[in-house]
Design a binder for this molecule. Sequence first.
Ligand SMILES: [Fe+2]
Length: 346
Amino acid sequence: MYPVSRRAFLRRAVLGGAALIGSPALVAGAARPARAEGATLAVYNGQHRPPVEALIAAFTAATGIDVSVRHGSSAQLASQLIEEGDHSPADLFWSEESPSLFALSEKGLLAPLKSDTLASVPANYSAKDGTWIGATARCRVVVYNKAAVDPKTLPPSVLDFASEAYADKVAFAPASGAFQQQIMAVMILRGREAALAWLKGLKQYGRVYNSDSAAVEAVEGGDIPIALSNNYYWHALAREIGAEDVQSAIYNIGHGDPGTLITVSGAGVLKSAKNAEAAQRFVAYMVSAEGQAAIVGAIAEYPLRPGVVSPFPLTPFETLDPAPVTPNQLGDAGAALELLREAELA
Ligand SMILES: [Fe+2]
């Protein structure tokens, strides 16, 4: 097994960080047979870099349209877009998570997407008003260390981890946007008091990590037996270590429990876009068969367009039996932050 530092280095190389903020950089395909007239499409990106870079390369090769990207966290870029308003240089926002898109839509900053584009994926993963689209899905899972945990002994609900029986055994990342969406799901399904009690229990008995990836790495290294995470962090680690050598595994709770929550990454076109037509083409390409294949080849997320297959050994989407909560119900996830503060986790 690699030492942690080497694993961490490799993982960053494999999955990339979306939290680095840089000046816009031109991403150009090596060969562009057809050059389109017009300016460069400006993308604000909160999603992990590898799928974004893969899609942009394919899009530019297919259309001849150049793309510039500003990377950041989705929440930070959404705040920036709200501040910039009509003067934003951005044409399109690709968000790692739906709450940032929801917030922009609420502010009236997003233009309606074309109906053909929206029809490419199931409607319940996109905005009700058609201003943003879910392109790929990720799943909240339990990651466990195979030597330390018999998965048959894992509890029926993610709420059960907030108890003395799991003292010092469960890693979680309250700063993660995905964890905040999971808090929303607990609140929607079980009520605010139950969600607050869950968080207070996790604060008392669980262990806080800075990120899902750090939590998954700690499980893999044997530092802690269990982590709450998005599925793709484990797949990135497993791919780099090798299926035979990986010490951890994914457990899906299922049966509608908030421990198994589908969330989406997706995109919206700014109303103020100077390259609106190119931006609409980009979103259409994201949910085309070619575009979806480029994205899911670079990150272990589920393609939302029917018929596209991920090269990762994902738990089949149809068998997840996730919490019955849609991205629209998660809203801007602002209530989760309030609960985190109340539980003294933020
Ligand atoms: Fe992530």
